[in-house]
Design a binder for this molecule. Structure first.
Ligand SMILES: Nc1ncnc2c1ncn2[C@@H]1O[C@H](COP(=O)(O)OP(=O)(O)OP(=O)(O)O)[C@@H](O)[C@H]1O
Length: 243
């Protein structure tokens, strides 16, 4: 179980408070207006932002001072974090070793995970020779190979068209959530949450609300969620696109 224990975060003038549990082995969507603090929360969970107060607790242990590499989580951003000068196989292999020389077993593991994400035969290509959707698959392959219990997704599929994005969300569900990983994903799209999220946590007005089951939230939305959905329906042309 991952817990934000009265966590207080600050970025410049902006402050955010989070006091909630993320259900283990489930997908939780973080949803809320632009600038509400969704990325700020992920940065604090991943260890890139030091909290002003409070704790990040993983399975009973306070990890808020642990460096990112020692936390039980992987994070995926929209740019996919692929190194352009390395092959897809090397990029994916970084989940196993910082060096580029892989053992026979490690090479086999890379090949296997590329097959699982639908990139069989792509190991020797550079990221620039892949489509956006294929790059997302490669980035997901690295997360799978890293095999950490929590995956943080900061809108990694936002630049993909709707069909490709849905494919990636389904892969996240099948390859991560269905194998017991905890997934926390930022999205601007209620439909993304309805597609794969078990729970939704609304981020608004300086707070992260405790997660609610997705179906309940949409069937019986609280005031703040109605406000957010209303803003979205009147702001569609400005909806956040590729960064
Ligand atoms: N490095 C920083 N220095 C100062 N303020 C920052 C910094 N990074 C973010 N902020 C501010 O913190 C607030 C929350 O930003 P954050 O990126 O977490 O929001 P968000 O909900 O993820 O937004 P979006 O949906 O637009 O990505 C914003 O007001 C932002 O301007």
């Amino acid at each position: 179980m991952l817990t934000c224990d009265d966590l207080r975060l600050r970025q410049g003038e902006f402050t955010l408070r989070a006091d909630l549990d993320f259900a283990p082995g489930k997908v939780t969507a973080l949803i809320g207006p632009s600038g509400a603090g969704k990325s700020t929360l992920l940065a604090a969970l991943a260890g890139f932002l030091t909290p002003v107060a409070g704790r990040v607790v993983w399975e009973g242990r306070d990890i808020h001072q642990d460096p990112p590499g020692q936390r039980p989580m992987s994070i995926l951003f929209q740019d996919n974090n692929l190194f352009p000068h390395l092959t897809i196989g090397q990029n994916v292999g970084l989940a196993l070793t910082a060096g580029l020389r892989l053992s026979t077993d490690q090479k086999r593991a890379v090949t296997d995970v590329l097959v699982r994400v639908g990139l069989d035969g792509f190991a020797d290509r550079k990221p620039g020779a892949l489509s956006g959707g294929q790059q997302s698959r490669a980035a997901l392959a690295r997360i799978l190979l890293g095999d950490r219990p929590v995956t943080l997704l900061d809108e990694p599929f936002a630049a993909l068209g709707p069909g490709l994005k849905d494919e990636m969300l389904d892969l996240v569900q099948h390859l991560l959530a269905a194998t017991g990983k905890t997934v926390i994903m930022v999205t601007h799209h209620p439909a993304d949450a309805q597609r794969i999220a078990d729970d939704v946590a609304l981020v608004a007005d300086g707070f992260v609300q405790p997660p609610s089951p997705t179906a309940d939230l949409f069937a019986n939305p609280p005031e703040a969620f109605i406000t957010y959905l209303g803003q979205k329906s009147t702001n569609q042309p400005n909806e956040k696109g590729p960064r």
